[in-house]
Design a protein around this ligand. Sequence first.
Ligand code: ZN
Length: 202
Amino acid sequence: MKRPRLTLGNLACALSLAAIAAISWLWVRSYATLDEISRSSDGGVIESMVSFRGGVHFARAGNRAAERKWSWDAYAIPPGADWDVLYFSGTLEFRRLGFGWLRGAPFNTTRPFGNTKNWPLVTWLNITPYNAVVVPYWFIAALLAGPWWWRWVLSPVLARLRPRPGTCRRCGYDLRATPERCPECGTVPRRKPVDAASGVVA
Ligand SMILES: [Zn+2]
């Protein structure tokens, strides 16, 4: 069996596969288990990343939390729970294709998802004032697939767009017989040195 060559491109593709496998595992897990890592930093602001139902929620919330280093917690997601169990108050500014943006409303007055029967899953999370953005796992996976996009999509397209020597730069017609002017579209090739050995216009 032929061993694949160890090139930078192959290495990037291998790392990309490993990263996609890891993110896919989190993706599947996010429908049953809420994973939360958070800390509170200066000013009592809680910074959190929450893996929940197909996406990652990044938030900065509150202003009175005691200082605390990064820590991780997991919660079982009750059936029927949606973003309403994460954002008990505030306003939903945007939600499409798994992306989202939410903001805490003053005085905890508005319910972003109406009067649902669900209760906050993590009571201290996303307390007003807060700002939260949601990035779907499909988007993260697509970004991590960067090296594969390059190999399968971008690189072949670029190779196709690059003009081949000895062809018309406008229509691609073979100009070896008529190097002065394209017989197909009339384009006059830019003056370029002629390769003496082959007679091909480079
Ligand atoms: Zn042409």
